[in-house]
Structures are given as C-alpha cells and as structure tokens.
Design a protein around this ligand. Structure first.
Ligand code: TMP
Length: 205
C-alpha cells in the first residue's frame, strides 16, 4: 500500500477526535492528500452497524462480529482504495479498539478476536497508532460534560480501567507501531505531541 495509515485510539473522553480533524487540516495544508474516517463507520453499511452497536443490547460475541463486519466493509470500500491511491488515512479507532473494548473491557476471548482480525485484515495494520491515554476518572468527568452517553459511554470506571489496560497490552505487543500520548495534558500540549509523533517518523517537517 502506497499511503500511510494512522489510527487514533483511547478510552471514551480521551479527546482524540478533535485531533483527527486538526491533523487532517494540518497535513492538507502541508500538501498531503488525506482521507479522514472512523470506526465503527465510514461506509453506509458500517454507519448502520455503528448505530446498532451504540444503541441496541447485545452480547460481546455479537459486538465483535459487528465491529469486524463493519471493518471489512470499511476496508474494502474506503481504507484500502485510499491507501492504494497514496492518501494518508486518518482513522478514528481501528482493531486495537476491538481488543481493548470487546477483549479487555468485556472479557471476550482474545483468540477469537485474533482469528477475526486474521480473516478481515491478515496483512494490514496501521503504520502508526496514536494512543490518547487518560485516567478513566478524568475521562468520566470530560464525558459527563459532553453528550448523552451511548452503550459504551455508560460503562463504569472499572470497565474503562480494563479498556485502558487492553490498550497498554496492545502497545506492549507492537511498541514500534504505537505512540502513547498523555491526554491529561492541556489540549495544546497534546497537539504538539501528535505533531512530534509524525515528525519523529519524517512524515512532517
Ligand atoms: P467513538 O465514540 O470514539 O466514535 O467510538 C464509538 C464506540 O465504539 C466507543 O465507545 C468504542 C466502541 N468500539 C468498540 O467497542 N469496538 C471497536 O472495535 C470500535 C472500533 C469501537
């Protein structure tokens, strides 16, 4: 694949989404072709699956199947074509979220998730994953100030503590791919850390 694939991860309330938009704008101003997208979502089908995932009761296996079904559609229709055309793809969450939320958070079988991952994207991983890490109690305060909570946002601090540990485990397994950003910092410091991660790879001046 010719383009770069950058994913953004973290527990709900970590503040990653504003940085997806800011980085897209910054890279475009630097002359890069950028596709911004999100998971679950990014296609008509995947957005419908997202609505179901965020609203309707279901067990962890169903959640896992739906996020990977959404991901399959998203990869085929959006991510893979964009990368083949040399675009930089900024994706708000990808498979690390499944290992963190369904695996660590829900306690679902990691081997089954690894098998689904092999089916859906045997060869592809992000080139860089920015993990916006924040203490679950601090994230809860941020979420409370925001919108009506969905099925995941309604979970308690113990759930998000497990999700956070899930991200830590994913980072330990692929340290070269991950950059952990301390998301308790003021927004400007977080933004500088985002830029520094790309500069360190020579992707930005
Ligand atoms: P968002 O609010 O960051 O867009 O993410 C939507 C929710 O979906 C978030 O609470 C995390 C959850 N999610 C999973 O549980 N598994 C996944 O694989 C993905 C991509 C998201």
């Amino acid at each position: 694949m010719a383009g770069r694939f950058i994913s953004f991860e973290g527990i709900d309330g970590a503040g990653k989404t504003t940085h997806v938009a800011a980085l897209a704008q910054h890279l475009q101003q630097a002359g890069q072709h950028v596709v911004t997208t999100r998971e679950p979502g990014g296609t008509a089908l995947a957005e419908q699956l997202r609505s179901a995932l965020l609203q309707l009761p279901m067990d962890a296996l169903t959640e896992s199947l739906l996020v990977f079904a959404a991901r399959r559609d998203h990869l085929r229709a959006v991510i893979e074509p964009a990368l083949s055309q040399g675009n930089t793809v900024l994706c708000d969450r990808f498979s690390d979220a499944t290992f963190a939320y369904q695996g660590a958070g829900r306690g679902f079988d990691l081997q089954v998730l690894a098998t689904l991952e092999q089916w859906v994207h045997p060869a592809l991983q992000p080139d860089l994953t920015l993990w916006f890490d924040i203490d679950p109690a601090a994230a809860a305060i941020r979420r409370a100030a925001a919108r009506q909570p969905d099925r995941f946002e309604q979970q308690d601090t113990a759930f998000f503590t497990r999700v956070r540990a899930g991200y830590q485990t994913r980072m330990a397994a692929a340290p070269a791919r991950f950059v952990r950003i301390d998301s308790t910092q003021p927004r400007e410091a977080v933004w500088l850390a985002v830029l520094a991660a790309l500069q360190a790879r020579g992707w930005l001046l």
